[in-house]
Each structure stands twice: as C-alpha cells, then as structure tokens.
Design a protein. Structure first.
Length: 478
C-alpha cells in the first residue's frame, strides 16, 4: 500500500537578526523546511554592530563608574611610589582593547547563533535577497564565475526581518574617523577628548552616558526641551540631572544644522548660529528601515510613508503569505519585540497557538547610568485620561539596600487601575533596572492587583523590596 505524505511547509526568511533568527528556530521546531537569507552574519546588525557591542561598551562604562564611586563605600585605591609613599593611581580606559573585546563578543554571539540554526536543520544562504512575488525570494550570492550567481527560494510563508540603519543627515555625513554613526564607533582606539552627541533619544543618551563614564568630555545636543523626550518625565529628569552632575553639557532646544570636520576635530553649527567644537561627533538622529529595493510593493505589501512594513499583532502584512518582524516593521523597534514577532509570525503561519503581541505588555529599557525600565501604561496616558489609574512613586533613597550600595538616584513608580488596583504599568530608575522591572512586567501581563504583588516576599534588604513597598502603599481597602 502506498502512503501519500503531506509536504513540509516551506518558510523563507530574509534577514537573520533577532526576528529572523527566532522565526527560523520556531519553524524548525514545528517541522518546517526553513531557509534563512542573510547578507552580513546571523544576528544581523543587532548582534554585529548595535545591541551586543553597545551594551558591552556600556558594561565597561559601568565598571569604570564603579571604581570611581568605590570611595563612597570606603574603598580606596593606592599604589607605592619609588620612595614608598602611597599615591592614588589614575584610572584609564584602553578603548582599543575594549572595542576589540566587544567586537569579538559580537562575532562569537553571531557564530553561536549560526551554530544553533545549523543544528536545528535550517538552511542558511549568504547573500542579498529580494522578493519575486509573494512566495519566492531571489538571492544574489556572488559565487558565480562572473561574480554574481543567484539562488531561488520558493516558500509557503515569507518572513521579512531586514532591520534598519542609522539615519544620515546631508549636512552631517559620517566619515568613520571624526564623525560617526553608532555602528562606526567601535573603530576608535582612544577615548575621544570631546565627544559631541547629536540627538538626545535613547541611542544618544546611552552613548553620552557611557562616554562620560569612560572619561570623555561630552556635549549632548537636544532639539527638545529635555533629554529622552519620549520617556517618563520624572525618569528623564533624573537622568539629565545625573548627566549634568557628572560634567556633561546638555544643550536643550538646540537643533544641529550641520556637522563639519575641521583640521583636528569637528564643529557642529546650531540652528541659532552657535557653534560647538569637539574632537569627535556621534550622530544619533534616528533610523531608516532597510526595505527599499526588496520588491515589497510589487508583491502587494503595504508600507508606511517612512518605508516601514505595516503589520498586525501577529506580524502579518497585507499579503497573507508574508510576515515582517523587527525594526523594518511599524511595530516597536526593540530586539526583544523582534524576537517575539518572529516566533509569533511562524506559529501563526503554521497554525500553532499564538498570543498576539500586546504593546502595553512590552518591557523596555534604556541603558544609561542609572537605567530606565518601563512597562505598561504611562503616567502621561493616565494624566491625559487615556487610562484610568492611580500613581505611586517611591524614591530609592529610602531603600535600605540602596543606602548600603551608595545609590542616591532613582525611584520605583507603580500605576494601578483606579478601583480594582490592577497593576497597569510601572517605571524603575536604578542601576540594573532592566533586571528589576520583571516583577512589574509579570504583574501587568497576568493582571495582578497591587495587593497580590505586595503579598510576594521580597528579600530584606533588596532593591526589589521597593516594588512590594510601593504596592503595599497602594492597598485597596475592602
């Protein structure tokens, strides 16, 4: 008797960043025939030139800060001179060694991810891909005798995960020597004497914070009235106060018209005619999705005016067979979101159970010093009447563990639904806020009340006890 077996579902993924990587693993897990097309390396820009190297650099900056702040805890560093006298050693940063380490980490992470895909049975094609209709990719591999060869990948489902690149200003073109995008900074061999950072959003603030800790004089140019204009107001104020206290110059309401290279540095010209001279400049003025030239519109995929791919909460585009994940989509541009979108896209395409991504449940973090972690509804949305909630803020200065650790800046803020006390959001400003936010994220995800959160046992002393203390203060009287 002859048996007729159902053909495996074919999934083609364009782009091997966090979204494409997770989509490939999910597809392999569900038994699909998966092909991943990537032009640079598995992990994409997130691993090779963005998240992994930048957060590795920030880890070095945190270590540098820790040495500087150790004296507050009674720890002193001395060396002996030739005469035997105690002298305070100078703390220096070998930026060439730092950058070599973080790029090595990035490459290793990329190789580890590639090994995981190969182990899972994913076929990887190195090359430039584009759509040729809604269910086929054409890939230029460059392997032929003439310098160009092509592969064709037919699929039942296509996932686009091509990421984004730094936005370039026509009046401030990076050269990789004095004027940089955030993907180019890792060629520096010495800490910049005076780094001008154009842009006070997340990327600008993170690098401004890091290079201040590494020893650079930093001038942060912000076109808005404060740094981190899209973030919680109280959190942004704390960060700006810390920046200024650490010696950073913050130029608010100061739009940069141009950045030019000089004989031995750079000069930034502001819209009001003022100029700022420095040794180097970082441009952090947003990003552009890598969606041009991919045949998306021809395949029937709807794009926004900015070139982002329109997707719904399961990452599906206007074409049923095509999904999109990550910074190329019009969803929230976070690596964690890209990963979730990639998994959700494949689960949905293959008929597995999915939980559509809910924006209000997404946790995000800004890796300044201190960090800012947020989840759920915002205070502004509550104040504008978009959400009904009560707000409670508890400064970290009152936390016993914070006092022991010498932490002076930061707070825990909870938002709870008026009446029911259901936790609907929160903000933490603290060292390692990215680690501390999880209890609030779980409360938001599972609709716990402040009383349920308060009943959890937090260690004494611990920074997390500020979360339960804040929840206890919001007790709903029955």
């Amino acid at each position: 008797m002859a048996y007729e077996f159902e053909r495996k579902q074919r999934i083609a993924i364009l782009g091997g960043g966090p979204g494409g990587y997770e989509a490939a693993l999910a597809g392999a897990q569900l038994g699909a025939e998966v092909t991943l097309v990537e032009r640079e390396g598995v992990g994409g820009s997130a691993v090779l030139t963005d998240v992994v190297p930048s957060k590795s650099l920030i880890a070095t900056a945190e270590a540098t800060n820790g040495i500087g702040e150790a004296a507050d805890l009674g720890v002193q560093f001395f060396a002996r001179s030739d005469s035997g006298r105690a002298v305070r050693p100078e703390v220096t940063v070998n930026l060439a060694a730092v950058n070599a380490r973080l790029m090595r980490l990035a490459r290793q992470q990329s190789e580890d991810m590639k090994s995981q895909l190969i182990k899972a049975g994913v076929r990887i094609i190195h090359g430039e891909g584009r759509l040729d209709g809604p269910q086929r990719l054409v890939v230029s591999t460059g392997k032929g005798k003439s310098g160009t060869d092509f592969d064709e990948v037919n699929a039942d489902t296509v996932v686009i995960s091509v990421g984004a690149r730094p936005r370039i200003l026509s009046t401030a073109k990076p050269d990789g020597e004095r004027i940089f995008t955030w993907t180019q900074l890792y060629t520096l061999e010495e800490v910049p004497e005076h780094l001008i950072v154009v842009g006070s959003g997340v990327t600008g603030a993170e690098f401004a914070s890091a290079y201040t800790a590494l020893g650079s004089k930093v001038t942060l140019i912000s076109s808005r009235d404060r740094v981190l204009p899209g973030e919680d107001l109280d959190a942004a104020r704390v960060i700006e106060d810390v920046f200024k206290r650490n010696g950073m110059t913050v130029l608010s309401k100061s739009r940069a018209d141009s950045v030019k290279r000089t004989k031995d540095g750079v000069v930034a010209t502001l819209a009001d005619g003022r100029t700022v001279e420095g040794s180097h400049c970082l441009l952090a003025v947003g990003s552009i999705p890598n969606t041009e030239g991919l045949g998306l519109a021809e395949a029937g995929v709807q794009l926004t005016e900015s070139g982002h791919i329109r997707v719904n909460r399961v990452a599906r585009t206007s074409m049923p067979s095509i999904y999109a994940a990550g910074d190329c989509s019009d969803f929230l541009p976070l690596a964690s979101v890209a990963s979730q979108q990639g998994r959700t896209a494949v689960f949905h395409a293959m008929g597995d159970a999915v939980n559509p991504t809910e924006l209000r449940n997404i946790t995000s973090n800004i890796f300044t010093q201190p960090e800012i972690a947020t989840v759920g509804w915002t205070q502004k949305q509550i104040e504008d009447g978009i959400a009904q909630g009560d707000i409670y803020k508890l400064p970290l200065a009152s936390n016993p563990r914070a006092k022991m650790m010498g932490i002076k800046d930061g707070f825990v803020k909870l938002f709870a639904r008026t009446g029911s006390g259901t936790v609907i959001g929160g903000v933490i400003v603290a060292p390692k806020a990215s680690e501390l936010i999880l209890p609030i994220a779980l409360a938001v995800e599972h609709r716990l009340t402040v009383d349920q959160l308060a009943r959890a046992f937090s260690v004494y002393p611990s920074l997390t006890s500020s979360i339960t203390d804040a929840a206890r203060a919001m007790h709903i009287v029955n």
